[in-house]
Write a protein that binds this ligand. Structure first.
Ligand code: ADP
Ligand code: MG
Length: 399
């Protein structure tokens, strides 16, 4: 069922109101504690601007990392407030607590034209188990609730779901709406051919997705470590490649039922498992990885074949890199897929990238702006594609 969005609110519902906005500022931090990637902060700016332009006073809640219900100073959101002020072009205040009288005072004194970011919600016991006492305390921080934390919307946590028990209206922000729109297009499978590219490390986490796409897609390309598990299931020798043993029976089942749609690599780049670069790398047939080596990328023939299929697609979803792209020399498969997705987009295709590592791979290739949509939520986008709903969406007002 469609949910209410920011634009569905009356002007009087925003003017002068304290707007409690759940954002997902779970950003990577550099060693010196500064923010390593501002994408997730940038993605919330349209929502914040809209609220401020309509006289609302934004009070922001977010988590960062996994502090396990205690204060971990290295996971403070303080550095994020600096980045936020810069991107917003307006003062961003920060207080080092969340559901406190200090926070309530800061909200009371928040001038028009400024935003307030509160401390990491996961410092508090009760956040991750959706404790309703904590949710009620969160609800006291605002007059209405906006969920713009797409990357956290698959979590039934107190600041995402519980808070809506006590605070209405509860509506979707622009980022959440934009993400759902892109993913809904894929759920409807869009224009054909619909090509899905799956890679990365964990099949276990992505089984639901595979099931969904073996139904809706025309072709499913498999690369990365996921391909190793499929190759193992098909009886290939995989040497020291990363194989998810528990998932081999599942992979075998998919090979049986989805053979007409699945495409596995025909060749692979192999090296010592911990090889720092590709100087010692070799290309082998996908069926025969030497016993003492590991497959770390798809090979040149696979690169060409996958690239051609993607360039001919009308709709593309990509999750999971084709190899260990973080290591120098093992990124060629991932880079070629990124280029092919960009070319497909330039030719009028609709293309979506999901997954944290895939998003950073496309950024690394400098092609983030050359695709239709890069999701800010890894787990959330996968769960939405598989199930068609998310706990944090269900919790919002119906339109
Ligand atoms: P995403 O975050 O996009 O969903 P995943 O987290 O599932 O992607 O997988 C990304 C990780 O998979 C990367 O760290 C990458 O190094 C790893 N990976 C990809 N291919 C291989 C491979 N052949 N062997 C080992 N690791 C791989
Ligand atoms: Mg990942």
């Amino acid at each position: 069922m469609p949910r209410k969005g920011l634009r569905d609110l009356e002007p009087s519902e925003l003017e002068g109101r304290r707007v409690l906005i759940r954002v997902d500022y779970n950003v990577p931090l550099n060693e010196d504690g500064s923010v390593g990637d501002v994408t997730r902060v940038e993605a919330t700016i349209p929502t914040l601007r809209y609220v401020m332009d309509h006289g609302g006073r934004p009070v922001l809640l977010s988590h960062l990392g996994r502090p396990k219900s205690q204060v971990v100073p290295s996971l403070s959101l303080a550095p994020v407030a600096l980045v936020l002020a810069e991107l917003l072009g307006a003062p961003a205040r920060f207080v080092t607590s969340t559901d406190s009288s200090e926070a309530l005072d800061a909200i009371e004194n928040l001038p028009r034209g400024e935003v307030l970011l509160l401390e990491n919600t996961r410092f508090l016991p009760g956040e991750t188990n959706n404790d309703l006492d904590l949710a009620a305390r969160f609800a006291r921080l605002g007059d209405l609730f906006v969920n713009d934390a797409f990357g956290s919307t698959h979590r039934a946590h107190a600041s995402v779901v519980g808070v809506t028990e006590f605070l209405r209206p509860a509506v979707a922000g622009f980022l959440v709406q934009k993400e759902l729109e892109a993913l809904n297009t894929l759920r409807g499978a869009g224009r054909r051919p619909f090509v899905v590219i799956l890679g990365g490390a964990k099949i276990g986490d992505k089984i639901g997705l595979l099931e969904t796409f073996l139904e809706s897609a025309d072709v499913v390309l498999i690369g990365g470590a996921m391909a190793n598990t499929f190759l193992a299931a098909s009886g290939a020798s995989t040497g020291l490649s990363l194989v998810e043993e528990d998932a081999v029976p599942t992979a075998r089942r998919f090979l049986d039922t989805g053979a007409d749609k699945l495409r596995l690599p025909s060749d692979l780049i192999v090296a010592l498992p911990d090889a720092a670069d590709a100087t010692a790398a070799d290309v082998v047939a996908a069926s025969s990885v030497p016993a003492d080596l590991a497959a770390l990328d798809i090979g040149p023939d696979t690169r060409t074949a996958f690239g051609a299929i993607v360039r001919d697609a009308a709709t593309v979803f990509w999750n999971g890199p084709m190899g260990v792209f973080e290591r120098h020399g093992f990124d060629a498969g991932t880079v070629e897929v990124a280029r092919a997705v960009a070319d497909c987009t330039a030719g009028g295709g609709f293309t979506v990238i999901g997954g944290g590592d895939s998003a950073s791979a496309i950024r690394q290739a400098g092609l983030s702006d050359a695709v239709s949509h890069v999701s800010t939520g890894g787990g959330a986008s996968l769960e939405y594609l598989a199930k068609g709903t998310l706990p944090g969406i269900e919790a919002l007002d119906s339109a």
